[in-house]
Write a protein that binds this ligand. Structure first.
Ligand code: PAF
Length: 285
């Protein structure tokens, strides 16, 4: 496995490889969720490149950029064992310069949900991915559905900017109790960790009500009560039921062929997100 730190080394590597290149962008602190993306890429491409770059532009001033877990040695070992072809782990100066002019400003999708609480977050994601897509020129790029809004925005960006890249969505990988895997789970104390399962539990609860309760306002009211009664340490940021293509909220489950529940909440000051595709009423047996 080649470990690449500069754009020049990356260009050289890219010039040597033929056939499809699968790209797995990450910020490191790898867990089974990331590894599932790498495995999928390895199964679909002769070459798989993983980037490890904690992107300063996607963190707000009061967010956890400095504190974000950095576990490079372990990450490299895991990727080597899986059989990744190369890892791109650039220092910040390889990607950004203080004189940079270009900023990407997204509109509709990025202002909803997480974007309305994390101002500029998706602009930063779009900027770093644009740079990485240009440098790596992958055939396919792999994203986990846990960050559902991110996947939709990346799909839209790739379509609008004519990147010849297939975006591959991969299912969320969960802990045995259902908590979605996330690098930020490591911030939680054992008590916080026990409360964090609330996000998945409430999504499942909505799913169990969905065949009989089709009005989303009712579902969301039930969901809020469920959290308040069972998980008092969980501070809900938002919970929504949307059409998964437009990310727009829906009033009734029948309004979308693919309704999806999205949630963001704080546990011990740690921001966690999750989402679940709901079976639309038409598909009931
Ligand atoms: O999902 C992430 O880890 C990041 O947002 C990404 C896609 C690597 C861009 O920095």
């Amino acid at each position: 496995m080649e470990v690449i730190e500069t754009r020049q080394q990356l260009r050289t590597w890219r010039g040597k490889v033929y056939g499809s290149v699968g790209f797995v962008p990450t910020m490191g602190a790898l867990h089974e969720g990331h590894l599932s993306l790498v495995r999928r890429s390895l199964s679909e491409n002769p070459w798989t490149l993983v980037s490890i770059f904690v992107n300063p532009r996607q963190f707000g001033p009061n967010e956890d950029y400095q504190r974000y877990p950095r576990t490079l040695e372990t990450d490299l070992r895991l990727l080597e064992n899986l059989g990744a072809s190369a890892v791109f782990t650039p220092p910040v100066e390889e990607i950004y310069s203080p004189e940079d002019e270009v900023h990407i400003s997204l509109t509709r999708l990025s202002r909803l949900w997480c974007g309305s609480y994390r101002l500029g977050h998706f602009d930063g994601v779009a900027l770093v991915l644009t740079k990485l897509f240009h440098l790596i020129a992958p055939s396919r790029a792999y994203f986990g559905e846990k960050d559902f809004q991110q996947v939709r925005i990346v799909e839209k960006m790739v379509e609008e900017l004519f990147f010849p890249i297939e975006i591959v969505r991969c299912p969320t990988v969960r802990e045995p109790d259902g908590l979605a895997m996330s690098s930020r789970n490591t911030y939680l104390s054992p008590r916080g960790r026990a409360q964090a399962v609330a996000l998945y539990k409430v999504l499942q609860y909505i799913q169990t009500l969905a065949p009989t309760t089709h009005r989303t306002a009712e579902l969301l009211q039930e969901a809020q009560t469920y959290i308040a009664e069972r998980f008092p340490d969980v501070k809900l940021e938002y919970i929504a039921i949307v059409d998964e293509y437009s990310l727009q909220p829906i009033d009734h489950l029948r309004q979308s062929a693919r309704p999806r529940a999205l949630i963001a909440a704080y546990v011990e000051g740690v921001r966690l997100i999750d989402n679940l595709l709901l079976t639309p009423p038409e598909e009931e047996s």
